[in-house]
Write a protein that binds this ligand. Structure first.
Ligand SMILES: Nc1ncnc2c1ncn2[C@@H]1O[C@H](COP(=O)(O)OP(=O)(O)OP(=O)(O)O)[C@@H](O)[C@H]1O
Length: 287
């Protein structure tokens, strides 16, 4: 499925005009100006799966955040915004093929880490409440309590409740169970499968973070199927060879000037892995 057909960023001349027109001189950075134009990236044409590849600092995250702002899709965590982000986004243009649906979103590593921390915080709150309830049980069970007026009714109920139940049944009846904690990789994978629904445009910033190679391959199958059968479009920034090898993906190499579409097997990262495994081929044979 294609919602977003193409996207254009301001060219270097347009950026320079904008910067020269700013009268104040108190800024030491015009970010995100002058990042993507460094390698003449002025247009992206999208497929159901499009990948932004490039070394650290090549502008993958910047490009995704700019597209997310222009398309006004949802995001969970705040991002590294600057004074000039809205001006830059105004100078961009997008061309859509279908209306971008409401469930579309950008997912970054920050979202995944936030999700893991929230589960931990929630469980910590539940643990704290559990300790309070243990004490409440003992107080209620062994209290020499006499009801004097209707004001004491709630306390009476509590005492009777405690006397009828064992400590663990008393605590459990008043407390929800801990939310199950998963490993970082399991949580990250769950986060993607929970947040990515049918019929949406999804921008994923380095989704391979925290995922083992096996989980990355599972994520690849999930994304490929979501694009083929469930009306999703993906724009993904990644260094992962598993994601770069996705079927039918169009890959832009942000390290090249001008930015070009590349085959995954021609990318430096992938060739580095390839050469490494080739060098160690003998060692694999010995097993
Ligand atoms: N808020 C900011 N203010 C100024 N410069 C910034 C800001 N955020 C990012 N940059 C710069 O923009 C450039 C591109 O950064 P970006 O995060 O888009 O790269 P990336 O390709 O996603 O890198 P990585 O693979 O390390 O995540 C970098 O040189 C970075 O230092």
């Amino acid at each position: 499925m294609i919602y977003l057909k193409s996207f254009t960023f301001p060219c270097a001349d347009l950026e320079t005009d904008f910067i020269l027109n700013i009268k104040r001189t108190c800024y030491d950075s015009f970010y995100p100006f002058k990042i993507l134009s460094k390698n003449d990236l002025d247009r992206l044409d999208f497929e159901p799966i499009t990948i932004l590849y490039g070394g650290n600092g090549s502008g993958k995250t910047t490009a995704l955040n700019v597209i997310a702002e222009k398309t006004e899709i949802s995001r969970d965590t705040i991002y590294n915004k600057s004074n000039f982000f809205p001006d830059y986004v105004k100078l961009c243009n997008m061309n859509t093929e279908e209306e971008i649906s409401k469930n579309s979103r950008i997912i970054t590593s920050d979202d995944v880490f936030d999700y893991m921390l929230n589960i931990r915080n929630l469980n910590e709150g539940i643990d704290l409440k559990r300790n309070e309830l243990f004490e409440e049980y003992l107080d209620a069970k062994y209290a020499h309590f006499q009801m004097k007026s209707m004001v004491d009714y709630e306390q009476l109920k509590n005492v009777n409740n405690a006397r009828r139940k064992t400590q663990s049944r008393f605590v459990r009846s008043k407390l929800i169970d801990n939310v199950r904690e998963y490993s970082n990789g399991e949580s990250a994978f769950r986060y993607f499968t929970e947040k990515i629904g049918e019929n949406g445009l999804y921008l994923l910033d380095e989704p391979e973070n925290s995922l083992s190679p096996k989980r990355q391959m599972e994520l690849v199958s999930f994304l490929e199927e979501s694009a083929r059968f469930f009306g999703c479009q993906f724009i993904i920034s990644t260094h992962s060879p598993f994601l770069l090898a996705m079927r039918g993906a169009r890959i832009y190499n942000l390290d090249e000037n001008p930015v070009m579409v590349k085959r995954w097997t021609d990318l430096e990262n992938v060739r580095t892995y390839h050469d490494f495994f080739k060098q160690h081929e003998e060692e694999f044979r010995k097993d």
